[in-house]
Design a protein around this ligand. Sequence first.
Ligand code: ZN
Ligand code: ZN
Length: 386
Amino acid sequence: MANPSTCWRKFPANNTSPVVAQKPNPATFHLNTLITKPRAYSCKAYSATAAKSPLAATTIPRREPGPSDVQIDIQYCGVCHSDLHFARNEWNFTQYPAVPGHEIIGRVTAIGGAVKKFKVGDTVGVGCLVDSCRTCPDCRAGLEQFCPDMTMTYGSADKHLGGGTLGGYAQGIVVAEEFVLRIPANLNPAATAPLLCAGITTYSPLRHWKVGPGQKVGIVGLGGLGHMGVKFARAFGAQVVLFTTSPGKVADGRRLGAHEVVISTDEAQMTAHAGSLDFILDAVSATHDLNAYLNLLKRDGNLVLVGAPEKPLPVSAFPLIMRRRSFSGSLIGGLPETQEMLDFCGQHNITSDIEMIRMDQINEAYERMLKSDVKYRFVIDMASLK
Ligand SMILES: [Zn+2]
Ligand SMILES: [Zn+2]
């Protein structure tokens, strides 16, 4: 079962593809370069140079920090399924060289003169976003993930250096203060990295739909996303039912916090839960039968997709109309909610279950991720790149 986050999904459908957006206007390009292009320094990284080439060591430019920027020495970077899709151009918008990575934890090594929230030496995080327009209704609501002009950590147009933004498989990164997150001191920094994408992707919908005590909540799929969904739903006080196709994951599901684990291919086990769930978080990215899950919801229950299956999934009208059920989706979270999630994790000692790898093991890790052979997130020890 694949477990990609959905954080890149809106890009392929967006008319302002990075390729178009970055074509320089010949009349202004040189002027623009001379006047506004900041100074850059070079930094070791791992990149893909083509869809079919493995990732390999390279050197990339990073801008020198401006007044509002934070310069970060990256210590750990989680490996999201989106990284693999991006490196292999599976969403058809990748510009090469491509440096994935948007679950970044590191230390502040320098700050611009106007930076107020951070000081040198702080442990900080960077997730899927590094900028947005800051003025649209979504940005004003703290929902930068829906900003039409958001800048993704990798694969967006780089407004400072040109080309595409380059992610966290690197020694360092420079990010505007507003898009840098505080990391609670009590959390293991490596195991905190996946919170920046897998964590917020599951936390946000559970919060938005007010999952809590007295509710019975289903989590579908036990991968990078699902295992965080189980932990959060449990921490929010809900009765948690995990749905998995793998009998081998039952014990782990319980250990992670599920009160009950249902093997979803067993019809009798599924039927036993019909009409009983208040909310279902569906973290499966493979093709699967949504109607079977919609039928498990109570009247007015809601099923939210956070996985991103490649092909459309058929939804029958009857499971929806007969019990006034809803079917929704959710995409990562905005900056205020991501900070709230990290603080919540600090208070409740929640992190991801991880397997640490060296940077040069990334290609092997991708192959294992495709087979769901990871419990439950790879994290790169970036010291291995130095
Ligand atoms: Zn991700
Ligand atoms: Zn905006």
